[in-house]
Design a protein around this ligand. Structure first.
Ligand SMILES: [Zn+2]
Length: 112
């Protein structure tokens, strides 16, 4: 009884404080993205692309290039303790124009 109550409360709090992401390595880009999952195409040593649903709820897929190149912006992903951190911030220039950080699996909205 008690456990059930706590589980329900935890679920509510998670919803209130926003998405928590986990990271999953995949060989190919998934066709359907599950919310709260960051898919990294490639493996730990050679990550190529990160793709995940926008945390604002617009359901648009965000793709980040993880291969450092001179001509394209690139991001890095750290998966310390199974809680992914993406650097630098993600800023959509189209659609919802969301600007946020993902730190230790949590979405942190940028002030701008
Ligand atoms: Zn969005």
């Amino acid at each position: 009884m008690m456990l059930n109550w706590f589980a329900k409360l935890a679920q509510k709090l998670r919803g209130f404080f926003g998405a928590t992401y986990i990271l999953q390595y995949v060989e190919d880009e998934p066709i359907k993205l599950t919310n709260n999952t960051i898919y990294v195409v490639g493996d730990q040593d050679f990550p190529a692309i990160a793709t995940f649903n926008c945390p604002c709820g617009c359901m648009q897929a965000i793709q980040l290039n993880l291969i450092p190149t001179k001509n394209k912006p690139s991001w890095s992903i750290d998966n310390l303790g199974g809680m992914p951190t993406i650097a630098p911030s993600v800023w959509r220039k189209v659609g919802c124009r969301s600007h946020f950080f993902i730190r230790a699996g949590k979405v942190v909205w940028a002030k701008s």
